[in-house]
Design a protein around this ligand. Structure first.
Ligand SMILES: [Cu+2]
Length: 445
């Protein structure tokens, strides 16, 4: 899944038309118009054959679900317009990664790459910067304000999920949006998260995942008063720092579940809907055979722990901060978790599969309770009218239905409930959904 490095009108129009036609949700969505495929959901990688990226600092705005517009900064790649968050850069283990930072802002900016070793800046080791009085001014050499440039490079030695972010006034600049995700894929297995195999008794454990089900959850927060002060060039007392918005991949719920590239979110291209279908390890199951889990890459640039919990099934944490969870003797240290607590600056990789444990079926295995009559039910717009996966049924007259094909939806959210708000509006912020489609083949859009 590659993100086109140069967008054009034709591509955007074609995407808009396709998104409208399919109602916006979509494992099967494949944009055939040039220049590249853009899936409706799932991680969108920005790649380059030589792993060379030109990041330019940009000003822009994002919209929030309470109707607000917030001034932001961001890194845009290769002449693209402002986007938030900055692009997901994907490289392969062993690549020499080159990042050319061009700074258009009126403040010095730098980039740090937590987890990468021997980072060079303009050919010399990237190190913290100090002024003449010995005060720390930046965690890395800067691209000077108003047109400066600096080139960072490193060898991506370790597969994993990492951040890249501003190392200059990071409390302000990261909150302003100068951050993104960096994914390093194992050289030998692009569909494994890490190289290692663990054999524990009769169980062989690898980090192989379904490449059509790879997701990023980049968690962040915004203090809009800080952003207003920066926009107006005014000082801001960071003692007053108060986040009001919480974002996943740069959007607050319900925008989080809109597709990648949604036309009404022109600067916020990344969906965070986890769109999967049931786990099935029976090789005789035909198209329903789905033996590899989804991979969800959690990252946080917030200022406090975010206890994120996907409902429906536990996930298996396989790595933290780019370190696969294997002991020194090769033992499997991965663990199942209901709530993934992602601390500031951390990354957690999770394998996630939805298993149809009970296998309820209206004919062969009906639910052993009487379903109340229609007029005695209340339900949300994502209910299909039937409790059975893949079935749709009658809804009350006038009920709006956003369910497409009898799929299930599970909420997936931050359990610090004050953070599922948008400046006081409840049920926003750090919420997204897991969408489980009926097994393939299905007629889901
Ligand atoms: Cu919950």
């Amino acid at each position: 899944m590659r993100y086109p490095k140069r967008r054009n009108i034709v591509w955007l129009l074609a995407l808009s038309v396709v998104l409208i036609l399919v109602g916006g949700s979509v494992v099967a969505l494949r944009v055939t118009a040039q220049p590249a495929e853009v899936p409706g959901h799932g991680m969108i990688c920005t790649t380059d054959p030589t792993s060379t990226f030109t990041l330019t600092t940009m000003e822009g705005t994002v919209s929030t679900p309470d109707g607000n517009i917030v001034y932001m900064w961001g890194f845009s790649e290769d002449g693209n317009p402002f986007q938030h968050p900055s692009p997901v850069l994907c490289v392969n283990e062993g690549d020499t990664v080159t990042i050319v930072l061009n700074n258009t802002l009126s403040k010095d900016v730098s980039i740090i790459f937590p987890g990468q070793e021997n980072v060079q800046a303009n050919g010399v080791p990237s190190q913290p910067q100090f002024d003449g009085s010995g005060n720390l001014t930046s965690l890395a050499p800067v691209a000077a304000a108003d047109g400066g440039s600096v080139t960072y490079s490193f060898v991506a030695d370790h597969p994993g999920t990492y951040l890249y972010e501003s190392g200059t006034e990071p409390l302000i600049q990261v909150n302003m949006g100068l951050f993104g995700a960096l994914v390093v894929r194992p050289a030998a297995h692009s569909d494994w998260a890490y190289n290692e195999t663990v054999i524990s008794g009769t169980i062989t454990y690898t980090t192989q995942f379904n490449p059509d089900a790879e997701f990023v959850m980049l968690l962040s927060e915004i203090d809009p008063m800080l952003h207003a002060a920066v926009e107006q060039g005014l000082p801001y007392n960071m003692d007053n720092y108060t986040p009001r918005y919480w974002m996943i991949n740069g959007r607050s719920f319900p925008d989080t579940i809109a597709p990648n590239g949604a036309a009404w979110l022109p600067n916020q291209p990344y969906s965070s809907l986890v769109h999967i279908y049931p786990y099935n390890d029976d090789p005789g199951a035909g198209a329903a055979y789905n033996p590899y889990p989804a991979l969800i890459r959690y990252l946080s640039v917030g200022t406090e722990d975010y206890p994120h919990h996907p409902h429906g099934n536990h996930g298996r944490i396989i790595a933290r901060d780019g370190n696969v969870l294997i002991g020194s003797g090769g033992e499997d240290l991965s663990y199942e978790k209901f709530t993934v607590v992602v601390g500031p600056g951390e990354t957690h990789d999770e394998l996630f599969a939805w298993t149809d444990v009970e296998g309820w079926d209206p004919v062969t295995n009906p639910i052993p309770v009487t379903i109340p009559q229609l007029q005695n039910l209340t339900f949300g717009t994502f209910y299909s009218g039937s409790p059975y996966l893949g079935n749709t049924d009658q809804l009350p007259v006038g009920q709006q239905a956003l369910n497409a094909c009898g799929e299930y939806y599970h909420i997936s959210h931050n359990h610090a409930l004050q953070q599922i708000t948008a400046w006081g509006v409840v049920l926003s912020g750090h919420i997204t959904f897991t969408r489980i489609d009926p097994p393939l083949p299905n007629d889901c859009p």
